[in-house]
Design a protein. Structure first.
Length: 174
């Protein structure tokens, strides 16, 4: 059976088939060199847009939350609030696994206390920690848990050792 109506076969084995350009060759326009005037932008250069600061500010930023709030808690205030939450949980006379979680959280809070004494905790973290601890004191564990998640996401590298203890406190208080 011979097909006579179909397209004519083209031999693609030599260089002659690409004389007018092959089907997958890039356009020649991209290989042309630009004039120096064409390479410059037509509008005046402007600086890149600045990232807006959220509630937590930028990572490692100690001044980020100062714009949003005038009342950043002092390290002594934060330590006192943590101690009150620990006392509330100790008064509950926890048993078994919950007792071990509280002991672990207490050890991790000692790491927080050491960082607070050295002034190493960023202001945005201090502000969020203040809100979380107030929620824990009032027994609002779900709100504290919601506030905790962004804190953990943004500051896990620098504050991760004691943040896990705070998570345990939230679990025990809920």
């Amino acid at each position: 059976m011979t097909i006579t109506n179909g397209p004519k076969y083209t031999d693609f084995r030599g260089d002659h088939h690409a004389a007018s350009g092959h089907w997958n060759d890039p356009p020649k326009a991209i290989f042309k060199t630009q004039k120096k005037d064409d390479a410059l932008p037509t509008s005046s250069p402007s600086p890149p847009p600045k990232a807006g600061k959220g509630k937590l500010g930028l990572k490692g930023d100690r001044e980020g939350a100062a714009v949003l709030s005038d009342s950043i808690p002092t390290p002594a205030e934060v330590k006192a609030m943590v101690q009150r939450v620990l006392n509330l949980l100790t008064e509950r006379d926890l048993k078994g696994m919950d007792k071990r979680k509280l002991d672990d959280a207490t050890k991790k809070m000692d790491i927080l206390f050491a960082r607070l004494d050295k002034g190493e905790v960023p202001n945005p973290v201090m502000e969020e920690l203040d809100s979380i601890l107030k929620d824990l004191e009032t027994g609002n564990g779900t709100e504290a848990s919601q506030r905790f998640l962004p804190l953990m996401q943004h500051y896990v590298e620098s504050e991760g050792k004691w943040l896990l203890g705070l998570k345990r406190l939230i679990e025990l208080r809920s």
